[in-house]
Design a protein around this ligand. Structure first.
Ligand code: ADP
Length: 598
């Protein structure tokens, strides 16, 4: 049994809260229904008893007297049974307390009619018959213990009104025994009431056990539902993975096959005039492959929850304007108009994620629009910020609108020509939206155009806003001193070139001895970029924390090609930022700005 179930097997009364109103009500309900069930048989029992008593007294007692008594006792018991029948017909009791009170009164009434027999008959019957009558009347409260189920109150009312008149009528006839009779009657009464009290405890315990069992059943059902949902989710994700894998292997195999054909052409020493065409085609294939690989890596990274949104105060309109600028050439080439309808909106959100979402949507809008315009709009509505990308392109048929967010799902590309996209853009958009908590909706009509609408809940309070982080303002890194540690010379060279182009003062180191020397000679940097796995067996994270201990605190950015959660945990454990390879330049730029707080 798993440990987390253990709490449900605690002793029944321990957490059933005997004093809780719900528990008390359930005990009372149970008692009333059980008592009512027994009462249904009582008129017959009473009839037998009355007959027995009548046989004892009819010779010496006037017929009207014993007749009236018999009718009274059986009639009172019959009325009690009728009331019990009404209770049993109700599924729930409106007020169990008042039903219980009424049952106590009815028990008192029935007890009184029986006890009346002692007062009426004792003066008229012989001593043996008196003794027999007293025995019968004293036995009735003992039987009443089981009739009253476990209600000491019902039993007390019933028994007192039988025992007191019986003991009284004996004491009146034999005054010398008054103390003995009073003492024995009290002792007897106390005994039957305490037996009823024990019965009540038993009832409370069984109700508590039943509640415990019901709770465990509910808990088990809930857990079962959770397990079923988890299994369904796992099955769905394994189906998605299989579908993605099948599509990816097809899409990877095609260009690889074409590349092997072109390499065979090159090996065969082709005519010089065919070389430019071969080179162009190889270039196109390599670009397509790169795009596909990038998309797949992005998707796996987003799906593995390895993307931690980096929340900053950003200006949505400014971010949108910057992304639109990147598409000027593409728009001009297709002779489309790119309309910016940008109202000032400030957000507290992830600039990199929103930039990537917008790039994917804008890319599609331009790709699937042959004439007319593409409009990017930003505005705020209530406490929400809205970004829309609208085009006058070919539109998306209604029955396809749900499916285009699936991985590798494309319309009008049966040959899977990768020049027309790989079908991962919108899947990435959707994952990013889930990660940053944005809602995405689509309105589209085939032949008319499409509108993708993003709604963000992270509207920043205007007064609290700092100026938006200038995502592509190259001046923001100017003059910063950044050290890069990587054991691969090509990466060191490329990163150094890229950072230098942002006017960063870059120093590079390929090994731990080299980086130690660098820190000793030049001091600590404004930021350290370090590869997670370094060639000499040292880990980037360990090296960074060692250097921080020796030279004081500085921000650290870890880069890695690993996608395992362990790697993410290792880096997050030290509080360092993480970027996964292949690194996109603007993502690197935004991360550096954010890490340096500029
Ligand atoms: P890709 O564009 O690489 O094919 P996406 O996941 O970005 O993959 O899009 C999936 C499909 O959705 C596309 O193949 C295209 O048919 C359709 N689509 C996406 N955006 C638009 C749009 N703005 N207009 C018309 N069709 C679109």
């Amino acid at each position: 049994m798993p440990e987390r179930f253990s709490a449900d097997f605690s002793p029944p009364l321990a957490d059933s809260g005997p004093e809780s109103p719900a528990f008390e009500r359930e005990v009372l309900d149970e008692l009333i229904y059980l008592h009512a069930g027994v009462l249904m048989r009582m008129p017959w029992v009473q009839l037998l008893l009355a007959t027995g008593v009548v046989l004892l007294v009819y010779r010496t007692v006037p017929a009207a007297c014993w007749g009236a008594w018999a009718v009274l006792t059986v009639g009172a018991e019959y009325l009690r049974a009728r009331h019990a029948g009404k209770i049993l017909k109700q599924d729930t009791l409106d007020s169990p307390e008042s039903a219980h009170r009424l049952l106590i009164l009815l028990a008192a009434g029935v007890g009184a009619t029986v006890g009346l027999g002692a007062l009426l008959f004792m003066p008229h019957i012989s001593l043996p018959n008196q003794a027999l009558l007293v025995i019968i009347l004293f036995a009735m409260p003992a039987a009443g213990v089981s009739v009253a189920v476990s209600s000491p109150q019902i039993l007390a009312a019933y028994s007192l009104l039988i025992l007191v008149p019986t003991a009284l009528s004996w004491a009146l006839r034999y005054p010398e025994q008054i103390l003995t009779v009073a003492g024995l009657t009290t002792l007897y009464w106390w005994f039957i009431i305490s037996v009823a009290g024990d019965g009540e405890q038993l009832l409370r315990r069984s109700v508590a056990i039943r509640r415990q069992r019901d709770r465990m059943l509910r808990d088990l059902e809930r857990r079962n539902a959770e397990v079923r949902a988890a299994v369904a989710k796992a099955e769905q994700s394994s189906q998605t993975r299989a579908r993605v894998l099948a599509a990816a292997s097809h899409d990877l195999r095609q260009p690889l096959h074409a590349l092997s054909v072109y390499s065979a052409v090159l090996v065969a020493n082709p005519a010089a005039d065919s070389l430019p065409e071969v080179a162009r085609n190889i270039d196109k294939l390599v670009r397509n492959l790169g795009g596909l690989l990038h998309g797949l890596l992005d998707l796996s990274r987003l799906s593995a929850d390895q993307y931690v949104p980096d929340l900053q105060r950003i200006s949505l309109d400014r971010l949108a304007a910057e992304v639109c600028n990147e598409y000027e050439v593409q728009v001009r080439d297709k002779q489309l108009a790119l309309i910016r309808n940008l109202q000032h909106v400030r957000l507290h959100d992830d600039a990199v994620a929103i930039g990537r979402i917008l790039r994917n949507l804008l890319d599609n809008a331009i790709k699937y629009t042959d004439s007319g315009q593409v409009t990017v709009t930003t505005y705020s509505s209530g406490d929400r910020a809205v970004l829309t990308v609208e085009d006058t392109g070919k539109g998306i048929p209604e029955d396809e609108q749900g499916r285009i967010f699936e991985e590798f799902y494309q319309l009008d590309n049966p040959g899977r020509d990768q020049g027309r996209g790989v079908g991962l853009g919108l899947a990435i958009v959707q994952r990013l939206c889930e990660l940053i908590g944005a809602e995405i909706s689509l309105t589209s009509r085939a032949g008319v155009g499409s509108q993708f609408k993003l709604t963000f809940r992270s509207l920043a309070v205007a007064a609290a806003c700092r100026p938006a982080i200038p995502v592509d303002d190259e001046a923001c890194l100017r003059g910063k001193r950044i050290y890069i540690v990587d054991d691969e010379a090509d990466i060191l060279r490329a990163m150094s070139l890229l950072l230098s182009s942002w006017q960063v003062r870059v120093e590079t180191a390929a090994s731990s001895s080299h980086v130690n020397l660098l820190f000793e000679q030049a001091g600590k940097p404004d930021l350290l970029i370090v590869d997670l796995r370094l060639g000499d067996g040292e880990q980037g994270v360990g090296m960074a924390s060692r250097l921080q201990q020796a030279h004081g605190d500085f921000p650290v950015l870890v880069v890695t090609g690993e996608t395992s959660p362990d790697a993410v945990r290792l880096v997050a454990g030290e509080g360092y930022r993480l970027l996964q390879k292949p690194i996109i330049a603007d993502e690197l730029y935004a991360t550096l700005c954010s890490a340096l707080g500029v």
